[in-house]
Design a protein around this ligand. Structure first.
Ligand SMILES: [Ca+2]
Length: 198
């Protein structure tokens, strides 16, 4: 293989390397590692929130802290993030359905992003942490992520809540990738030609 072809192959390999960089986290305190609901807005019956909703160290999915929710009337948390209308976002969270001994149902869970339902379940069975992931397209410059729950006999646990913009290669990046494909293709053709001559 000539040096020229090797360089072309190397360039092709570099240009074909995935271009998605780590997107910035838009949610503040998504893992509750402040030890409280900093950055979140609590809603629901104040007395119930005081008794059945908190951040503690009993059942985190990761880190030291997780949040639990066990109100009889609908309550939960929300956070509004800056978005760009028409852009797509990855939303994820870890959810656990606890059984503290008094039964698991009735319960209800609803996660929305900009008012659009991401996930909803009624009378979810007991379950360890599961990671739920969604994509959703924002329709405005500010989008609210909201979790509304009821769980009188037990608790929902939430942790590791994340919103990031989906990686969309810029037009210039696509052009570079196409150049990369082209170089790789040319290299393969030359290799084949060399092999045919041999
Ligand atoms: Ca955590």
């Amino acid at each position: 293989m000539s040096a020229k072809i090797m360089i072309a192959a190397a360039m092709g390999a570099v240009l074909l390397t995935p271009v998605a960089s780590q997107a910035a986290e838009l949610i503040g305190n998504g893992g509750f590692e402040t030890g409280d609901f900093t950055d979140w807005t609590l809603f629901g019956d104040p007395v119930e929130l005081g008794q059945y909703v908190a951040v503690d160290t009993v059942a985190p999915n990761s880190g030291t802290y997780g949040a639990y929710f066990g109100t009889q009337t609908p309550g939960g948390i929300s956070q509004t993030v800056s978005t760009v209308a028409g852009h797509t976002y990855n939303i994820s969270f870890a959810l656990q359905v606890e059984n503290v001994g008094g039964g698991v149902t009735p319960n209800s869970f609803l996660a929305t992003f900009g008012g659009a339902t991401l996930y909803t379940v009624t009378n979810a069975p007991e379950a360890g942490y599961q990671l739920f992931s969604f994509t959703s397209t924002a329709t405005s410059a500010a989008t609210e992520l909201k979790f509304t729950m009821t769980n009188p006999p037990s608790f929902f646990d939430l942790d590791d809540i994340s919103v990031t913009e989906s990686a969309v290669p810029e037009p210039g990046v696509w052009a570079l990738m196409l150049v990369g494909f082209g170089l790789t293709g040319a290299t393969l053709r030359r290799r084949q030609a060399c092999a045919a001559r041999a």
